[in-house]
Design a protein around this ligand. Structure first.
Ligand code: HEC
Length: 178
């Protein structure tokens, strides 16, 4: 292939890139549910950009844990371990609840996407031919409570997962902080 052909490919219009980014986010979410070897792969990790690991507020974690036990543990497990065989579809086409630990996929997503999933439910992502088992909590939890429960989930992750997720959140912050 001639070098200038390659070069032109990099000059896609910005809207194309935005769309590609969005599609990637949806695919990443879908991998939660789909049994796909890709799901175990980490997004690119840039150690040079990883110095600032945001500290988690102990009070937020405590509040988040209570909210979690009350609203989430029935599906995602007492300690975020998920349901058994979470990569295998249920007979109705939904999937069991995935783990929120480092074993799972939650830490691959930025704060904005995680917030949307909890507030508006999995179906808010409008993934074609996919029925989500993740309910919307927007009527039940305030935005601050959603951020607290996500702080609790972050407290379950080892430092590397926390760093990767913090990096993803730089491009995709909580909507209330935008
Ligand atoms: C009725 C069962 C159920 C309850 C209750 C539930 N979830 Fe979920 N959740 C799911 C399922 C199933 C998925 C997998 C995605 C899908 O099917 O759309 C999911 C996915 C998620 C994801 C995306 C995970 C990922 O790896 O990308 C997050 C974040 C999440 N849930 C957080 C929560 C939080 C926080 C609560 C409590 C406030 C909660 N869930 C309560 C079933 C549940």
């Amino acid at each position: 292939m001639r070098p200038d052909v390659d070069h032109r490919r990099n000059e896609r219009p910005a809207t194309g890139r935005v769309f590609a980014g969005l599609a990637l986010a949806l695919v990443a979410f879908l991998l939660v549910a789909c049994q796909n070897t890709q799901a175990t792969q980490s997004p690119p990790f840039d150690p040079a950009a990883s110095d600032a690991l945001p500290t988690l507020d102990a009070e937020m974690i405590g509040l988040g844990e209570r909210i979690y036990q009350e609203n989430c543990a029935a599906c995602h497990g007492q300690r975020g371990e998920g349901q058994p065989n979470w990569k295998v579809a249920n007979p109705d086409g939904t999937y069991p609840a995935p783990p929120h630990t480092a074993e799972g996929h939650t830490w691959h997503h930025g704060d904005g996407l995680l917030f949307q999933i909890v507030k508006e439910g999995g179906d808010s992502l409008n993934i074609p031919n996919f029925k989500s088992g993740m309910p919307a909590f927007g009527d039940k939890l305030t935005d601050a409570e959603i951020i607290a429960v996500l702080s609790y989930l972050k407290s379950l992750w080892p430092e590397e997962q926390r760093r990767i997720q913090a990096q993803a959140s730089e491009q995709d912050p909580f909507p209330t902080l935008r």
